[in-house]
Write a protein that binds this ligand. Structure first.
Ligand code: PXP
Length: 238
């Protein structure tokens, strides 16, 4: 059964809208754990749009399940990761204007930069996963650079406007997933997953981890964080 990584960035987004102290993502992490989260995921962006350095440090001390840090393969954030030592880092692309992470990290086109960062993280005992499009070249490059896992970008599947298009995106994810497993990588998936579209993805063979943020936080506003996580956990266990 896939593990559920609950991304709590958007709790911090609400707090940062007023630059105040609430809601605190640290509280959300505790409630997510009570709801059955297997990991807590945060993205410390270079522009500090939502999660702040303090959040990451306090979460590292308080979260009982593994902490997954999403980050760009950049020097400043790498230094922070090496200091805080999350259990896992997921390398993601970052552009300042984007609303959310658009497209996977181009490992093939950024080999040197990703390699430098990955080597330092691995040497510190941090597991490294790479957030990439479901593309065999990117999977092979991730493996060559030493990643233990890949997170396949499910955004195109989530955004597909017709049943046919969705099925095509799904097939691509399934095939790329199989290739990742054959390559000896752990298989993670995420982005745009919701209560309505998660079940087929969770049932892809050997999916080890799903990272889900916006949909859970949106539901948590209505029913509470623990209940929202518990319901997502139930769906991925079907
Ligand atoms: N996985 C990665 C690598 C991401 O960057 C994000 C968005 O921060 C997610 C998963 C979660 O996406 P969503 O908020 O659409 O569930």
């Amino acid at each position: 059964m896939a593990k559920l990584g609950v991304n709590i960035d958007h709790v911090a987004t609400v707090r940062q809208a007023r630059r105040t102290v609430e809601p605190d993502p640290v509280w959300a992490a505790a409630l997510a754990e009570l709801g059955g989260a297997d990991l807590i995921t945060v993205h410390l962006r270079e522009d500090r749009r939502h999660i702040q350095d303090r959040d990451l440090r306090v979460l590292r001390q308080t979260v009982q399940v593994p902490l997954n840090l999403e980050m760009a393969a950049e020097e400043e954030i790498t230094r922070i990761a090496l200091d805080v030592l999350p259990h896992q880092v997921t390398l993601v692309p970052e552009k300042r204007e984007e609303v959310t992470t658009e497209g996977g990290l181009d490992i093939v086109g950024n080999r040197q930069r990703v390699k430098r960062c990955t080597e330092q993280l691995l040497a510190a005992g941090i597991e490294v996963s790479m957030f990439i499009d479901p593309d065999e070249r990117q999977i092979t490059a991730s493996k060559e650079l030493g990643a233990q896992g890949v997170e396949l970008h499910t955004g195109r599947y989530a955004d597909a406007e017709s049943q046919v298009a969705r099925q095509q995106e799904f097939d691509q994810l399934r095939q790329a997933g199989e290739f990742a497993i054959q390559s000896g990588l752990k298989l993670h998936m995420g982005h745009g997953l919701t209560y309505r579209n998660v079940v087929p993805i969770a049932q892809i063979p050997h999916v080890d981890e799903l990272n889900i943020g916006h949909s859970i936080v949106a539901r948590a506003l209505m029913v509470g964080f623990e209940a929202a996580v518990r319901e997502m956990k139930r769906l991925i266990s079907l």
